[in-house]
Design a protein around this ligand. Structure first.
Ligand code: SAH
Ligand code: SF4
Length: 342
């Protein structure tokens, strides 16, 4: 049995043609599934009974279920979602004044082993299917009661999206499809720890915003914090960033987790400005979110401000990212923490 949510519209068209039906039926089915939230063919009133029966014999429409929701006192909501095989993932909804951002996961756990990240501590349990990536969006969107729908998507939850390249890109195509979830690619951002070959491939195959978790300005420190740097050191990574095709008027986001005594020196800030020179970018400073699996500490507020000031003085756009949802382990790098405890 095929899951409709694991198919691009082209694949569904082939299936429909194979059943002896017209191609446009695929667009109708997509509309039902992604715009109206249908989870059965019986709901699709503009399909003939005969077609519905044929479809039911070869495919189905998956959906995911929420196990638990936690609400932060800053409005952030974290959803624990159960997958068909019993694995669990987390998805985070972040309301801001003018947008509603959903942060979705692409893997159960993560193999990249970054020293500061709870998800990394889980190791890789498995890749998510395209349908599981999409179903996080469908589930949360359909459960929203407020008028404002999800405006922005970030692939910054559990996992390294580019290590699950095939399924992530398929999900991105459906997210962006005018018959699918209908998100403009300007509203979608994929974050990577720096898998250089996949970054190059991504840029050549799809238009999307890119965020890169940089977190250090020298190879020694980055090797220590992020083992992926031993494979793709800073100069390779930054060259790939320079070449990455950006959407009009968009810039690369560099994420920099600021850790006390590790990468928070004024010299780090100056070096950061130097190595990013020439790349259209903005820098998100994320003060380290402390957690029980790490001895790292968040720098004090003055050190954080001083770090930012160096960047601002050198004309970089740089924001200190408020740590949303840290009281419920929903902040950056804390996802999977509740799974680790259980
Ligand atoms: N694997 C991808 C997508 C996950 S995004 C990536 O690493 O980019 C997770 C983000 O949270 C990354 O920018 C990472 O640097 C950041 N992060 C991880 N652990 C953190 C922590 N303890 N405190 C603050 N940010 C953290
Ligand atoms: Fe994986 Fe990203 Fe966490 Fe590193 S920061 S372990 S790449 S999820």
């Amino acid at each position: 049995m095929f899951d409709v949510k694991d198919m691009t519209i082209d694949e569904l068209q082939d299936l429909v043609l194979g059943l002896g039906e017209d191609r446009y039926r695929a667009s109708q089915i997509f509309g039902w599934v992604y715009q109206k939230g249908a989870t059965s063919f019986d709901e699709m009133t503009n399909l003939s009974k005969k077609l519905k029966e044929k479809l039911k014999k070869v495919c189905y429409i998956s959906q995911l279920h929420q196990v638990k929701e936690e609400n932060s006192n800053d409005g952030t909501r974290k959803f624990l979602i159960k997958l068909e095989d019993g694995c669990q993932i987390e998805t985070v909804l972040i309301p801001e004044s003018n947008r509603l951002t959903l942060c979705i996961s692409t893997q159960v756990g993560c193999a990249m082993g970054c020293k500061f990240c709870i998800t990394g501590k889980l190791g890789l349990i498995r890749n998510l299917k395209a349908s599981e990536i999409l179903n996080q969006i469908c589930l949360i969107r359909d459960s929203l009661t407020e008028k404002q729908g999800i405006s922005n998507l970030v692939l910054m939850g559990m996992g390294e999206p580019l290590a699950n390249y095939k399924n992530t890109i398929k999900a991105l195509r459906i997210i962006n499809d005018p018959h699918g979830l209908q998100f403009s690619n300007r509203k979608v951002t994929i974050s990577t720890a720096g898998l250089v070959p996949e970054m190059e491939r991504l840029g050549s195959e799809i238009e999307v915003n890119l965020a890169v978790s940089l977190n250090a300005t020298e190879d020694d420190t980055r090797d220590y914090l992020m083992p992926v740097n031993r494979r793709y050191p800073l100069n390779m990574l930054l060259n790939a960033c320079r070449k990455f095709p950006l959407l009009p008027r968009k810039r690369i986001t560099f994420e920099y987790v600021l850790i006390k005594g590790i990468n928070d020196d004024i010299d780090d800030a100056k070096r950061l400005a130097k190595i990013l020179r020439g790349i259209p970018c903005k820098i998100n400073i994320i003060p380290f979110n402390e957690h029980h699996t790490s001895d790292f500490k968040r720098p004090d507020n003055e050190a954080i401000k001083n770090f930012q000031q160096v960047l601002l003085d050198l004309n970089y756009t740089s924001i200190i990212r408020a740590s949303r949802g840290s009281d419920i382990l929903a902040a950056c790098g804390q996802l999977g923490g509740s799974l680790l405890l259980h």
